[in-house]
Design a protein around this ligand. Structure first.
Ligand code: NAP
Length: 323
């Protein structure tokens, strides 16, 4: 597969490394707003062509585009690529609004293209291991998913700068950045909730720095906690009446264990490098391009839409705005 890349941050590098590691993918071009940043990224990643005009890039000689720009740009950029006949794998959150996602899913289908969200959870083989483990811990009544990670951009914010991640104009903030990693497994493992409550704590920039949501099901309560202003050290847990599943990282599904009621620990999976997890996304994307009727493509598309709808509801309840 020949790719073009939009975005020159560290995550784009991880995707390239992962795709090269697991799929032997070819990266033909990068789009950047500047020659300087694009040139540096191209050199570091052995990419032959740099574009600084997005419309020219959209006509480039590659089949697929990986998008890793600030969230606010995902919809317009994905639309432009799909209109130019490119398959798209776009970083999370795939769009800001679920209506935008529906529109682009329809456009992709009409143009015979694959369009997916680059979310590690859905393409990680450990997702199946987690589902199997859930079957072993009895009746589940309570779940606690936590993704709290102190932002490397927080010191700059405290110095009076406005990093993209804390700028609501770019549709960023904690829920969009980290909360989504808790929403995905909640909906994938337990389905759509009957009721949602949520609240957020806001920074002076207007961005949500931390937040939580409670998803109520007839038989269980799923609590989601996320923060960019503090570091979680305990991980996530799924409580069953026969045991507990512990998950060190809910985004990566690494270092997961079952601990039975006598305290005996059984490993589900250990550590996996991030590049490999990104490689799984590329592998699935390329496999969907070869086989668009793959049932799992429909599952991932539907799940992305459900997550986007629930994220919108959480934003509404907790007062998160991007104006
Ligand atoms: N899957 C994961 O684990 C993971 C991790 C981190 C981020 N992400 C996602 O990846 C995406 C990018 O995140 P990031 O932290 O890399 O973002 P970022 O650093 O703010 O921006 C990414 C790139 O977009 C360009 N850019 C920056 N500000 C821009 C602006 N105001 N207008 C237009 N272009 C701009 C820059 O490239 P140029 O200057 O070269 O144009 C920059 O390198 C987000 O959607 C995020 O949610 C995913």
């Amino acid at each position: 597969m020949r790719y073009g890349v939009i975005g020159t941050g560290w995550i784009a590098k991880s995707f390239i490394d992962g795709a090269r590691m697991l799929c032997n993918s070819d990266f033909a071009a990068v789009y950047s707003r500047t020659e300087e940043s694009g040139g540096r990224f191209a050199k570091d990643n052995s990419i032959p062509t740099v574009y600084t005009d997005i419309n020219e890039f959209a006509k480039g000689n590659f089949d697929a585009v990986y998008i890793a720009s600030p969230n606010r740009l995902h919809y317009e950029q994905s639309k432009l690529m799909l209109k130019n006949g490119k398959h798209v794998i776009c970083e999370k959150p795939i769009t800001v609004e679920p209506e935008e996602l529906e529109e682009l899913q329809t456009l992709a289908k009409k143009n015979g293209l694959i369009y997916i969200e680059a979310i590690m959870y859905m393409f990680n083989p450990a997702r199946e291991l987690l589902k199997e483990a859930i079957g072993k811990i009895g009746r589940i009544t309570s779940v606690h998913f936590d993704f709290s990670q102190l932002s490397s951009k927080y010191p700059a914010y405290l110095e009076g700068k406005l990093p993209n991640i804390f700028n609501p104009a770019l549709a960023t903030g904690c829920l969009m950045d980290l909360g989504i990693y808790c929403v995905y497994p909640a909906l994938d493992l337990f389905g759509m909730p009957e009721k949602i409550t949520a609240c957020a704590s806001f920074m002076e920039s207007g961005a949500d720095g931390s937040g939580n949501s409670a998803l109520l099901y007839p038989d269980k309560l799923v609590n989601l906690i996320y923060s960019k202003l503090g570091q979680d050290r305990l991980g996530s847990q799924i409580f069953g009446d026969k045991g507990t599943i512990t998950v060190e990282s809910i985004s990566k599904l690494i270092n997961m264990n079952i601990i039975d009621n006598n305290g005996n620990k059984t490993e589900i999976i250990g550590d996996v490098p991030k590049e490999k997890l990104m490689g799984y996304e590329a592998k699935a994307f390329e496999s969907f391009i070869s086989n668009p009727d793959d049932e799992y493509y429909a599952v991932t598309s539907e799940r992305a839409l459900q997550v986007s709808r629930v994220m919108k509801e959480i934003r509404k309840i907790s007062g998160i705005k991007f104006d």
